[in-house]
Design a protein. Sequence first.
Length: 275
Amino acid sequence: MRDARARRGLTRKALARDSRVSERYLAQLEAGHGNISVLLLRQIAAALGLGPDDLIEEEEQLVELTLIHQLLQRLPKQRLARIRAHLQSEFGSPAAERSRRIALIGLRGAGKSTLGAALARKLGVAFIELDREIEREAGTGLSEIFLLYGQQGYRRYERRCLEKVLEAHERCVIATGGSIVSEPGTYDLLLSTCFTVWLKAEPEEHMARVVAQGDTRPMAGNAQAMEDLRRILQGRGLLYAQADAVVNTAGHTVEQSLRTLKKSLPSAAQKRKPS
């Protein structure tokens, strides 16, 4: 439960609010001391955008999937990215086709909007912020979407908008929300249709950049903000690492990061679209 919360970027307070389960009881569950009922399990799973079975060990799985999972568990973590790349190459969309669309992933404050817009200008393609598309689709802001429809409602809008963007744009640069990697179906769609780049930074830089933009909410009333941020990064690290490329923006200027980002792209993606 703690890992699922971290992958979705939720604080314990936010999960308590969305699930209507007390923060104190959630802490007991995450420490392995709670004795949860099926009803509360369903409430918490729904708030995490999961099914109850996702929070417990499944007893019935396809034999082949079980064997594959067991094989992957025995392998060193550093080999998993190479295996995923091989599977993507063998069974996914051709690399040349995926490279027409560049998708930037990473936590808020990594530079997705700034670098994404600059990269799109250099390539002469459309720049799309997925969260803005979600707001247009819903006719309201992100905070209201979560308030009205919860995490699951946001996920539905996110998937629908990504599908529309992919259908409408053969070439583009997409800045995604930081938690898109936490929704397996949507993230798989992104990985299979776009050349993905993880924009990476240190937790302190993530926080400083968000605050520099005038948003003090990450620190407001939350003394554990940095600890939560580090937990989120740790929880999503392996998911972000599934990207085709990694660009570390820590300690670099926008111009330096943009040059590194452009160099990380395949040659087919770096060609400017004809006017």
